[in-house]
Design a protein around this ligand. Structure first.
Ligand code: C2G
Length: 152
């Protein structure tokens, strides 16, 4: 009987780090369940997301190695989900190392190494820099327009 794997995440601005953790998690079993943090839960997590829940869900459920996608609405639902889906192994990236060791009473818990050099936070800061420069460009054009009129 194949093993069932469970993991959770926001998966905002889906990137290679998200893909790798899902692919690596799937190697431990043959059914991968992914809990996606809802927009409301992300507020509770203090996490501002760019991509809305419905789109983050549609992307993850179309990843080849993902079998089931569920909503993550709270910190407390993990034990209930482990029981509901008869989860054998709970897996997270090791930025969460030891944070979920309490789940060892219900299933195996593994923390896999994160993919270096990429994070949604990093992508957001690049996007912010780009949007700032766009506004600066627009302001510069405004000034140029005004100067042109002054010297016309
Ligand atoms: N991850 C990774 N490598 C990265 C970035 C993320 O392996 N470069 C992993 C994280 O360790 C996590 C998963 O991808 O296992 C999802 O990351 P996030 O979307 O940032 O999820 P997070 O906000 O950590 O939410 O209850 C658990 C929380 O919902 C986890």
């Amino acid at each position: 009987m194949g093993k069932t794997i469970l993991t959770y995440g926001t998966f905002d601005l889906f990137h290679i780090g998200h893909l790798k953790i899902l692919q690596n998690a799937k190697k431990y079993g043959d059914k991968l369940i992914v809990g996606i943090s809802t927009d409301e839960f992300n507020k509770e997590k203090g996490k501002k997301t760019i991509i809305p829940f419905e789109q983050r869900k549609e992307i993850v459920e179309n990843i080849k190695c993902v079998d089931i996608v569920i909503e993550e609405n709270s910190w407390e639902q993990k034990i209930e989900d482990i029981k509901k889906y008869s989860v054998d192994i709970f897996i997270m990236g090791d930025d969460w190392k030891n944070e979920f060791d309490n789940l060892k009473d219900y299933c195996e818990v593994k923390y896999l190494s994160r993919t270096k050099g990429i994070s949604s936070t990093q992508l957001k800061s690049v996007l912010n820099r780009v949007s700032v420069s766009k506004n600066e460009l627009l302001q510069a054009f405004d000034i140029l327009e005004r100067l042109k009129q002054d010297f016309a």
